[in-house]
Design a protein around this ligand. Structure first.
Ligand code: CO8
Length: 259
């Protein structure tokens, strides 16, 4: 598939940067953009160890779902669009590698929801976050009511969603919506540095750790610890576990093979 709204780059081995590029609409998500994201996740580049997701330019990450496209929707079309967006975001969440959202500006509505489907959020100092849907007569429909409450707690999630207030990056940092706030011009260097640290580690262990954190979050403690134990034991069946531990004992740098 030739992408019209997505660009991919590989700044270093194992690191893929995916840019949503629809600057004329501040990278808003219409059906076509979602279809391209769907295609990208279904054909995820095999050698990628970390994905960095950002929006084109320095003004906006993603300014939401496309309001012009949704304006004429009835309930059926709303259901279909919401389901499709949620499916695509889930596929991002379930990618086998960590996904870093480099939030380089507005992350509103579906843009904030997209950032939340990523594993790690880093914001530029000009980034702004919000769920302004109720101003448009709708609610967050790409899993925002679920993920926002999970990330920052029900109290702040209800405040953000019901007030439609837009918050600055420093406030997003304070309430735990993002991990770091970085000057805009340094954002990508920071994201790539973090991606480099992740990519240097044993890929199977990193993937299992991500999956484990995703899967056990909603389990009770007994089931969660059993699931972690199972994932832990799988690591010992990998060559990379032998490599990592032998390298430590021989005071060498490990050479992981994803095996
Ligand atoms: N959809 C479509 N077009 C958009 C969007 C959007 N979400 N955001 C911006 N644009 C367009 C503008 O219409 C404008 O186009 P044009 O130049 O042709 O007039 C262009 O981008 C530039 O935008 P502005 O001129 O408005 O730029 P400003 O710097 O003045 O303002 C803002 C920037 C504050 C980001 C402003 O554009 C804005 O408020 N945008 C809308 C933000 C918003 O409300 N987002 C939430 C959308 S709803 C949503 O995401 C729901 C997700 C779940 C869907 C479930 C479906 C069932």
């Amino acid at each position: 598939m030739d992408y019209r709204f997505l660009k991919t780059e590989q700044p270093e081995a194992g690191i893929c940067v995916l840019t949503i590029s629809r600057p004329e609409a501040l990278n808003a998500l219409n059906r076509d953009v979602l279809e391209e994201l769907d295609h990208f996740t279904s054909n995820f580049p095999e050698q990628t160890r970390v994905l960095i997701l950002r929006g084109e330019g320095t003004k906006s990450f993603v300014a939401g779902a496309d309001i012009a496209q949704m304006a004429g929707f009835g309930a059926e079309e709303g259901l279909d669009f919401g389901r499709y967006g949620a499916k695509v975001f889930r596929a991002i969440e379930e990618l086998p590698v960590p996904v870093i959202a480099a939030v380089n500006g507005f992350a509103l509505g579906g843009g904030c929801e997209l950032a939340m489907a990523c594993d790690i959020r880093i914001a530029s100092d000009n980034a702004k976050f919000g769920q302004p849907e109720v101003k448009l007569g709708i609610i967050p429909g790409f899993s925002g009511t679920y993920r926002l409450a999970k990330l920052i707690g029900q109290g702040y999630a209800k405040e953000m969603i019901c007030s439609a207030r837009v918050i600055r990056a420093d406030e997003a940092l304070r309430i735990g919506l993002v991990n770091h706030v970085i000057p805009q011009e340094e954002l990508m260097d920071y994201a790539i540095g973090l991606a480099r640290d992740i990519a240097a580690n044993a890929p199977i262990a990193v993937g299992l750790a991500k999956r484990c954190i995703n899967e056990i979050y909603d389990m009770d403690e007994t089931a969660a610890l059993a699931a972690e134990n199972e994932a832990f034991s799988k690591c010992f069946a990998t060559a990379d576990q032998k490599e990592g531990m032998q390298a430590f004992l021989s005071k060498k740098k490990p050479a992981f093979n994803n095996k």
